[in-house]
Design a binder for this molecule. Structure first.
Ligand code: UTP
Length: 235
């Protein structure tokens, strides 16, 4: 079975606590897991950012704000693992090594953040490398990688397939502060380049889009590969 690592943004899994997509994602992930081995790294989203701004207002340092963000990612991960029930390993992995060990059970492995000064995209990129994944998918609140931020630049153009070097050129100088938000963080982009593992970036707001991408090879996101070309047989 193919191994796929998902970076599931908190902003798409839990856009608001009341409007969360946890049950819908659990359904889709359970179905996909019959065909491929899944690792899911869950992000903190808006709740993490709210905690981080409260931490700053209190005067806490960035590293502690990051630790608080990590706790929120693990909280969201716990919600998802609970909803997955028997399809997932019930314990949230605390490191990539733990996640790899937990994969022996043949169930979906769920984790959140692990260490300050990065985001769960970087956790997922390292996990993909560590687990020898065939693919990493970033499920995020934009529908792909653009030449500039589409939320602020109307001239931004979506890129279908790019190389890891091009990705680094786009996100390499992104902000390092707790709660910072780019399509993928710079640490993750460097690991994607190092590992050579293909990365697909898709809009995560509709969980069915993940099923379409992984099981039917249909998506309208952006693919990052070592060469900047789409390898045969991949999506
Ligand atoms: P996220 O990975 O959720 O960041 O971590 P994000 O870019 O806001 O992603 P979305 O919105 O979920 O898609 C939230 C915050 O938690 C801290 C960082 O401060 C990050 O901005 N964090 C997370 C870490 O410091 N280390 C980690 O391993 C993970």
């Amino acid at each position: 079975m193919k191994k796929v690592v998902l970076s599931l943004g908190g902003s798409v899994l839990v856009p608001t606590l009341e409007g969360n997509r946890v049950a819908a994602y659990a359904d889709v992930l359970s179905r996909i897991s019959r065909r491929m081995h899944l690792f899911v790294v869950v992000g903190g989203g808006g709740e993490a950012r709210r905690y981080i701004s409260a931490a700053r207002e209190i005067g806490l340092d960035e590293a502690l704000a990051d630790e608080i963000g990590i706790l929120v990612t693990r909280l969201n991960a716990t919600l998802l693992a609970g909803a997955l029930g028997d399809a997932a390993v019930p314990v949230i992995a605390a490191s990539q090594a733990e996640a790899c060990a937990a994969a022996a059970a043949g169930k979906i492995v769920v984790m959140g953040g692990v260490t300050p000064a990065q985001t769960t995209d970087a956790v997922a990129a390292v996990l993909a490398e560590r687990a020898g994944a065939d693919l990493m998918v970033n499920l995020t609140s934009v529908d792909g990688i653009y030449t500039a931020d589409p939320k602020t630049d109307p001239g931004a153009r979506k890129l279908d397939v790019i190389s890891a070097d091009q990705l680094l050129g786009i996100v390499g100088n992104a902000s390092f502060a707790a709660g910072a938000n780019t399509v993928i963080d710079a640490v993750a982009a460097r690991v994607v380049k190092r590992s050579g593992i293909p990365l697909l970036v898709i809009d995560g707001s509709d969980p069915a889009g993940l099923e379409d991408a992984l099981l039917a090879g249909r998506h309208s996101g952006s693919l990052v590969t070592a060469t900047g070309k789409k390898p045969a047989g991949l999506l």
